[in-house]
Ligand binder design. Sequence first.
Ligand code: SF4
Ligand code: FES
Length: 361
Amino acid sequence: MTSPYGMLAELTYDCPLHCPYCSNPLRMGDYRDELTTAEWQRVIGEGQDLGILQLHLSGGEPLQRRDVVDIVRFGSGLGLYTNLITSGLGLSRRRAEQLREAGLDHVQLSIQAHEATASDRIAGTRSFDRKVAAAHLIKELGWPLTVNTVLHRLNIDRIAETIALAEDLGADRVELANTQYYGWALRNRAALLPSRAQVDHAEEVVRAARTRLKGQVEIIYVLPDYYSRYPKPCMGGWGSHQLTVVPNGDVLPCPAAHVLPLPHPNVRTEALARIWSDSPIFQAFRGTGWMPEPCRSCPRREVDFGGCRCQAYLLTGDPARTDPVCILSPDHEIVTEAVRAANEQPREKVLTPRPHPRDIT
Ligand code: SF4
Ligand code: FES
């Protein structure tokens, strides 16, 4: 068993946006009793003892936590690379300067689309102008900037304009991530899944942009796995490189694993090192021993690790099945059916926005 190199600290599920593809839990009741500042600092310290090098602060919106500066300062003081994953809402000049002084290394800013009307519609609130202001502030204070846009049926046709916007904002890196269908995204899949023609067009635009911007802006394109032959190597392998600590202190192998029917270990009652090495949820899908056929005898089993456990569970009810995205999966029909529906016209376009956490049980 290796040591994790990154901790994703989901500080709070509170968030001013209402993105219809949010991967936060559908039920929020269990997560309201958030870790205190001292508890987060203890957990981050335990993470460093365990070998983590990177601390990613996310949510929800991490800037909703009043103590985010103290948490950054603590992580940075331990020598960790600190990354803030934010919508930009709540990044006032004062807060940004405090974060800079606390040692924050990098900011990843989400933008929902290439212009205000489309972006605000997806975010479910007026936010585009504040995001642009946050991007300027991030650059002014000298941080490297990653602009992240989640791609789906409603914005993927404007991917060229999205890249142009990121370029205008001075982004060092653009992350164009096709929606992963967990949480609210799975609920909204019929309205979010793009067509094959849309995906092909996006890939062409990304190829051209990579050539044009080589050496200036790094473009990360996360493939739409419903259109891939084989699944993604989710989390680089279960319980091998990353761990996620959620607002109430539960520790999970990935941010979506709260759905799995396995007990959630918690840093309030167990040491992080023990959770990483011994807890049933981390042990369940480590390595290849747990795999069913066709993965067990597949030459790709150490390439993609049988795909995504959360996706397998959400689509089949069994987290130990081959990810249905794989063309060799006996459940692949579930994915081809969703893709077939996405390529038929006309389409249902009704979206359920993620409600505010206080309105979710
Ligand atoms: Fe990956 Fe399993 Fe499919 Fe092989 S059968 S490609 S290991 S998911
Ligand atoms: Fe949980 Fe893929 S999101 S394993």
